[in-house]
Write a protein that binds this ligand. Structure first.
Ligand SMILES: [Zn+2]
Length: 268
């Protein structure tokens, strides 16, 4: 199972950039958690460096990723200029502009650009500790400028879309994971377990944005794959089939994979 560490930049006594009382560490946490939830729902094993307002040094954050033996590290930040309000847009920092990290950085930037952000590109930062000390491909996303009113408005109005864009960029590199374990579900009624029919569904995507789910659903239908959209845990999930036999779900999954889709099997 692909493991991605999501790092909400700064935290605790380190607020990061501050603009008119707005603190980078709060924005990064909101966004990091939203990105992580979408990734989880696409079968990725997500590890957060923090889920609350606590401080860890950049090298501790890199250590968390190293100890988790993660496949990728994505650090979420917001940008600032020495002179407030003089810059706008997104950029992604890498230790070196090469290999899989460079691809992931560009994929994320491209997705964010679709939301109307200026794409400031991929920038090499060989001296940033979190990028330098981590053992796996790592990228640091600067999700707009915290000292720019328009970037902040976009951040607040479109947080879900921004999270989706970053998740999509990550998923383009990692692929949706295939080996997610199927957890048996136990339904409980009045404290007693009840047996409910369990169906295996082949999930092809999970989106915050209804339009993206509709587009995938339509594409699948055009290709002759029966499918439906369910809304659960804040996400629109595009799922193909509902099989009582796991074998049949696996067969559908194989068919979808041959068509180039990334999938995983779920009972939810
Ligand atoms: Zn920062």
């Amino acid at each position: 199972m692909t493991r991605v560490v999501i790092d909400a930049g700064h935290g605790g006594r380190d607020p990061g950039a501050v603009y008119k009382g707005r603190q980078e560490k709060d924005d990064t946490l909101d966004l990091a958690l939203a990105v992580g939830e979408i990734l989880k729902d696409n079968g990725i094993d997500v590890v957060y460096t923090r889920t609350e307002d606590v401080y860890d040094s950049p090298s501790q954050k890199a250590n968390i990723a190293n100890e988790a033996d993660a496949d990728y590290l994505v650090s979420i930040h917001r940008n600032a200029m020495p002179n407030p309000g003089t810059a706008t847009g997104i950029e992604t920092l890498v230790y070196e502009d090469s290999g899989v990290r460079a691809k992931m950085a560009r994929d994320i930037n491209t997705e964010l650009e679709k939301l109307g952000f200026k794409n400031r590109g991929v920038i090499e930062r060989p001296n940033l500790t979190v990028l330098k000390r981590s053992n796996m491909p790592a990228v640091l996303v600067e999700a707009g400028f915290i000292d720019n009113e328009l970037d902040n408005k976009k951040f607040d109005d479109q947080l879900d879309e921004i999270a989706q864009a970053i998740a999509n960029g990550i998923l383009k590199t990692t692929g949706r994971d295939n080996s997610a374990e199927i957890e048996p579900e136990e339904e409980v009624s009045n404290g007693k377990p009840v047996s409910t029919p369990k169906f295996y569904r082949v999930q092809v995507g999970a989106y915050k944005n209804r339009n993206l789910a509709n587009a995938l659903s339509k594409q699948l239908s055009n290709e002759g794959i029966p499918n439906f959209i369910t809304f659960r845990d804040g996400l629109y999930k595009v799922q193909a089939g509902a099989f009582s036999q796991l074998d049949n779900a696996v067969r559908m999954e194989q068919r979808l994979r041959r068509m180039g889709y990334s999938t995983y099997i779920t009972t939810r």
